[in-house]
Write a protein that binds this ligand. Sequence first.
Ligand code: NAI
Length: 469
Amino acid sequence: MALTYDAVVIGGGPGGYVCAIRLGQLGKKTLVIERDKLGGVCLNVGCIPSKALIHASKVYRKAKDGAAMGIDGSDLRIDYAKTVAWKDGITGKLSSGIGQLLKGNKVDVLVGSARFDGPGRIAVAKADGTSETVHYGDAVIATGSTPIQIPGFVYDQKLILDSTGALALQQVPKSMAILGGGVIGLELGDVFARLGTQVTVVEALDKLLASMDPDLVRPVQQKQAKLGVKHLLGHKAISWSKTADDKVDLLVNDKAGAEVHVVVDHVLVAVGRRPNSRDLGLETLGLQPDAKGFLTVDRQQRTAVARVFAIGDVVGQPMLAHKASAEGEVAAEVIAGKPGAAFDHMVIPNVVYTDPEIATVGPMLHELEAAGRKVKTGRFHFAALGRAMTANAGEGFARVIADEATGVIVGVQVVGAEASELIASAGLAVEMAATAHDVALTIHAHPTLAEALLEAAHAATGHPLHQLK
Ligand code: NAI
């Protein structure tokens, strides 16, 4: 017998499960169809496990480099298999927590692969070979994205890894080449470099994290270089072969076309992700993704087909879990008929969990300059901040960017320790249209890293306190 629901959400990642919870709360009879584990890429093989390894590797490195604080880490060793088991325990706990949340909100979950079968119908292929037909009133496509594959670099998850394979390694490799100096390349490059792997980053462009303002990236690049990471900028991976002792002989070309060989235990490919819009039966709805595979939606997350919505990575950049969740809430509220629900792209924080971390909200400075926007900026270096010194974390700075005429903050950028946490209050400031003066008037606890924002706001008003003009 066919199943019938008010709303069906395809995909149980941070977009889909949040959307389903909200639909349940709004009284809709809701089903989530997920072919793998609840929590999607972010929770199972992305944000959460990578942050666990980032933390563990930082603990290790801090102890190893603790001589200035009187800590002798010379005999330190890591049982990496245990670290990985600890990480897997966290993702397992969180995934089952989502199951409970869905259940508590009366949302059903069906495990299987969903495919549209004409308007109002979804066919679900289950692991046991059987299939189920589901009828829906409204459908939400929240199918996420998949790592892009470079021709010739087929993922075998032994020698050629994607981020999932890299997160599942059971021992610390001696050497690793990473194709792509973007977010994943730098975050995971940091992890393995801190644990002692000889890391080589091969980036096609002549800079790392190319979309960021260069001065935000510089402290990260310098710290990686200190750890021994080699950055081959303007280099392209051409091919690879297996050596007699089961390593990878990677061939890359430099800008001039000269050949460079890098022999490593593994190659991690992190050159971007593509939307999961294939094999969804979209043609049975008359729904056509764009040339890159993204689905076009309006501010209420509606696709071109009535009562079919889409959220998260499958609708385009930025591919961030928190953007997907926010879009999921909007879609649920629109489906439930709540007036005024619409997605606003202006204040989406962006965090890169490198060391130091980079966190931004609002446009990049170079984008504002290119658009001819008149702004004033205030900057404060962590090196001048007492709390940063006590945390042995003097690298980086916070920058407040405000409209020149009104002082309203249009963006905040932090490169430094705990930037990922500091950016929350900056996001609130932008969302509430605060001026740099408002932030400067806000009493910040002392001593804290958040004082970097306070001081940067003071500087943006033209009256810096703890720095000379
Ligand atoms: P990315 O777009 O950040 O970086 C890919 C890099 O690979 C670019 O610098 C590009 O120039 C380079 N590249 C492309 N083709 C190449 C080639 N053939 N050889 C060498 N370099 C090449 O993509 P990444 O790091 O794979 O991450 C995918 C997505 O995952 C990101 O767009 C991001 O939205 C999301 N993500 C977010 C995180 C966060 O918010 N902290 C963490 C990890 C991923």
